[in-house]
Design a protein around this ligand. Structure first.
Ligand code: 13P
Ligand code: 13P
Ligand code: MG
Ligand code: MG
Length: 365
């Protein structure tokens, strides 16, 4: 049976700054889905990390479906209304357009969707990150889908040994979606050349070359490109199908132990380590560090089991400790050099205005 999973996330307001949504906002979003989603959805799950709320929707309507997107949009609108009533910070932050126009893409919320033939024992991983941008998944997914040092399945399983095809988007191109498909292992160095720059190139999809089946869908929204100004970081979601001809769940999780430095953190303008955290963890230190949470589900005829909170395991306490140390180490040098994003990626205009004002005070000697 073909089913579709749609993950749609938005920041509709948070308590005390960009920390976390209020329980009432999340409850009302959930309530709306339960009340209105009946005829359309097979199942759903509502979760949160940092100041973002994420809806996982299972249905049979295919990718980009008008009614499914409208349902999510209206659920977030309800959340934004409650956030406003409660006086939350940034109420409605990611709902950048006032009117719904058929699809939430381009309206602010982040979207990752996949339609697939459900396998017996279908297993998926939902990843949700806050205080970072879609390129945050570049390195973990490269390592999990193309590097046998991290994913031994690439040499142990004959089907996985055929490699994976990466669809990579140039997110700096705003007029249209500019994408390229490259295949591992032949194009490994080309893939690495693009993925090394998470601000410009972002994994959109990965599929198995043995079966053609899609394994990964990532959100590629750039709020900056939609609004033309800073309104928050892009806080990406991703869906990963795991096991059998895809990497095992543990192979997808393993690279997150690197806690790689990613763009984001305070004011979306710094680098910080991506810390794997349990479901619902707020952010804190320097509006961060950037966080990622993961929920693993099994699916039967589109119905979701209760999830396993993959980063709640005690193993990750050690990784979190290391990530905190990495965060402190880089924070020690404040604004200097690689602690802060390059000019072109800064989410605030202050520095550029300052540079412009200094122009006339420079002189040639
Ligand atoms: P199975 O061979 O039991 O499917 O397990 C493979 C696996 O996922 C190991 O990590
Ligand atoms: P969010 O994108 O998570 O709203 O964070 C914005 C910010 O500026 C944090 O310092
Ligand atoms: Mg926010
Ligand atoms: Mg956020």
């Amino acid at each position: 049976m073909k089913i579709t999973l749609s993950t749609i996330k938005a920041d509709v307001g948070s308590v005390g700054g960009h920390l976390c949504p209020s329980p009432e906002v999340v409850a009302r979003v959930r309530e709306y889905l339960e009340r209105e989603g009946g005829g359309l959805l097979i199942d759903h799950y509502v979760t949160q990390v940092g100041d973002d709320i994420c809806l996982l929707l299972s249905h049979r309507e295919g990718v980009g479906n008008h009614e499914v997107h409208r349902l999510a949009w209206e659920a977030f609108r309800v959340g934004a209304r409650v956030a406003k009533e409660e006086g939350l910070y940034g109420a409605g932050q990611d709902l950048l357009k006032s009117a719904f126009s058929g699809n939430v893409r381009g309206l602010g919320p982040g979207v990752a969707e996949m339609e697939f033939e459900e396998r017996p024992g279908e297993a998926i991983l939902l990843l949700l990150a806050d205080k970072t941008s879609p390129g945050a998944y570049n390195l973990p997914f490269y390592l999990a889908f193309a590097d046998p040092m991290y994913c031994s399945g690439l040499i142990l399983s004959p089907k996985m040994g055929k490699g994976f095809a990466f669809t990579i988007m140039d997110v700096a191109h705003t007029e249209a979606d500019r994408v390229i498909e490259l295949s591992a292992p032949e194009d490994l160095y080309d893939i690495a050349t693009l993925l090394r720059d998470p601000d410009r190139f972002v994994i959109e999809k990965i599929r198995s070359r043995a079966t053609g089946e899609q394994a990964v869908a990532c959100s590629t929204t750039r709020l900056h490109n939609i609004a033309g100004r800073y309104v928050g970081k892009d806080d990406p979601v991703a869906l990963v199908r795991v096991q059998r001809d895809f990497p095992a769940i543990g192979e997808v999780l393993a690279p997150f132990a690197l806690a790689p430095y990613v763009p984001g953190f305070m004011r979306g303008s710094h680098y910080g380590p991506l810390m794997p955290v349990p479901e619902g963890t707020p952010v804190s230190f320097f509006d961060g560090p950037p966080v990622v949470m993961g929920l693993a589900f099994s699916i039967h005829s589109g119905t979701l089991t209760d999830p396993v909170d993959v980063f709640a395991h005690t193993f990750w306490d050690h990784i979190r400790q290391g990530a905190a140390e990495k965060a402190l180490e880089l924070r020690r040098q404040g604004f200097y050099g690689p602690a802060m994003l390059p000019f072109a990626e800064l989410e605030y205009t202050g520095i550029m205005e300052r540079l412009e004002a200094l122009e006339e005070r420079f002189f040639l000697r």
